[in-house]
Ligand binder design. Structure first.
Ligand code: F6R
Length: 248
C-alpha cells in the first residue's frame, strides 16, 4: 500500500481532491466509489471548488457514475443523518453528476437482502469501480465492514458494532438514535475497485493506522488491513493520524 503523508487536514483534502480530479480528467466516464463521514468533507469541498472554475478549467462530472459505499437501514432519504442526504448536501447538489448516474444503497427497501443483490449487480453492470474513496473507522472498518471472525465479500446488511455506534453518535442527538444496521458494499466489492484511496485524519486514528501499517498482517479483526494486498491502494494521512508510525 502506497503511503502519502500531508501536513494537515487542509493539505490532505487538497491532495485527495487532486488525485480524484486528475483521475476524472483522464477518464471522464469513470466510475467513482464514494464515502461519507467527516473525513471526505474537505475533499468534496475542493472538488466542488474545482467544478465551479467553469469553462474548460471546470471539473466536469457529467459522464461520471458514482456508487456510495453504504447507507443506514431505516432512515428516510430526507433524514439529515442519512447518507443520501449527506451526499446531496455535501456534493451532488453542487456538481453536475447526473441523477441517473448516482447509486446509493436503499436503506429503506422492504427487502434489504434483495436490495443488496440489486446493488451488487448494478456495480457489476457498471463495469466496476475505477477509483474508490474510503475513510477508516477507528476500529479499522471500511464501509461498514466491521471487525469480525470473517469478512463478507458482497454487498450485505450488517449490524453495526458498539464502537461504530459510539463513534457515529456524534452526528446524532444520542447514541440511541444511531441505526443498528446498514447496507454496505462488501470487502470483495471494495477490493474489485481498480484503484483505492483510503483517507485518514486526526489523532484518534493514529493507533489503528499504526496497527495497519506496522503490524503488516491481514486480519478480519482489522478489515482495512486487506488493502495491503490490493494492487493499487494508497493510504493518505495527515501528520496527526501518522503520528504513531515508527518512522514518522
Ligand atoms: C462512510 C463509511 C465509513 C467511514 C468511517 C470513517 O461512508 O463507509 O467507513 O468512512 O467510519 O468515518 P469518519 O470519516 O467520520 O471518521
Amino acid at each position: 500500500m502506497k503511503l502519502l503523508i500531508e501536513k494537515d487536514y487542509t493539505s490532505l483534502s487538497k491532495k485527495g481532491a487532486e488525485i480524484i480530479a486528475e483521475f476524472v480528467r483522464k477518464k471522464p466516464e469513470c466510475v467513482l466509489g464514494l464515502a461519507t463521514g467527516s473525513t471526505p468533507l474537505g475533499i468534496y469541498e475542493e472538488l466542488i471548488r474545482q467544478h465551479r472554475l467553469g469553462g474548460n478549467a471546470g471539473l466536469d462530472f457529467s459522464k461520471v457514475t458514482t456508487f456510495n459505499l453504504d447507507e443506514y437501514c431505516g432512515l428516510e432519504e430526507s433524514n439529515p443523518q442519512s447518507y443520501h442526504y449527506y451526499m446531496r448536501e455535501n456534493f451532488f447538489n453542487h456538481v453536475n453528476v447526473r441523477p441517473e448516474n448516482i447509486n446509493i444503497p436503499n436503506g429503506n427497501s422492504a427487502d434489504p437482502h434483495q436490495e443488496c443483490i440489486r446493488y451488487e449487480a448494478a456495480l457489476e453492470a457498471s463495469g466496476g469501480v475505477d477509483l474508490q474513496l474510503l475513510g477508516l473507522g477507528p476500529n479499522g472498518h471500511i464501509g461498514f465492514n466491521e471487525p469480525d471472525e470473517h469478512l463478507i465479500l458482497d454487498t450485505h446488511v450488517v449490524g453495526l458494532s458498539q464502537e461504530t455506534i459510539e463513534a457515529n453518535s456524534r452526528f446524532f442527538v444520542s447514541a440511541e438514535q444511531v441505526p443498528r444496521a446498514a447496507i454496505t458494499m462488501g470487502i470483495g466489492s471494495i477490493m474489485k475497485a481498480k484503484k483505492i484511496l483510503l483517507v485518514v485524519n486526526g489523532k484518534g486514528k493514529a493507533d489503528i493506522v499504526r496497527k495497519i501499517m506496522e503490524e503488516r498482517s491481514i486480519s478480519p479483526k482489522i478489515p482495512a488491513s486487506i488493502l495491503h494486498v490490493h494492487p493499487d491502494a494508497t493510504i493518505l494521512l495527515d501528520s496527526e493520524s501518522a503520528s504513531a508510525l515508527e518512522r514518522n
